[in-house]
Design a protein around this ligand. Structure first.
Ligand code: CU
Length: 70
């Protein structure tokens, strides 16, 4: 079990939070998704390490983008 936090750009309200949350939680192996609107981050808990590209695709599907990590 591991939790990875990603920065997501473009989330502005509770609707954005629920869109991202529902898309990311559909990824295989994901057991928990916590979206923090104030910081624009998504913490994803999964049984196995996730492919960042898969998370990016889910976030994109919701209409947002993963911020490029420094
Ligand atoms: Cu919104």
């Amino acid at each position: 079990m591991q939790t990875t936090t990603y920065s997501v750009t473009g989330m502005t309200c509770a609707h954005c939070v629920s869109s991202v949350s529902s898309e990311v939680s559909q990824l295989a192996g994901v057991t928990d998704v916590q979206v923090d609107l104030a910081t624009g981050t998504v913490s994803v808990t999964s049984a196995e390490p996730l492919d960042r590209a898969a998370v990016a695709a889910a976030v994109d599907e919701a209409g947002y983008e993963l911020a490029v990590t420094p």
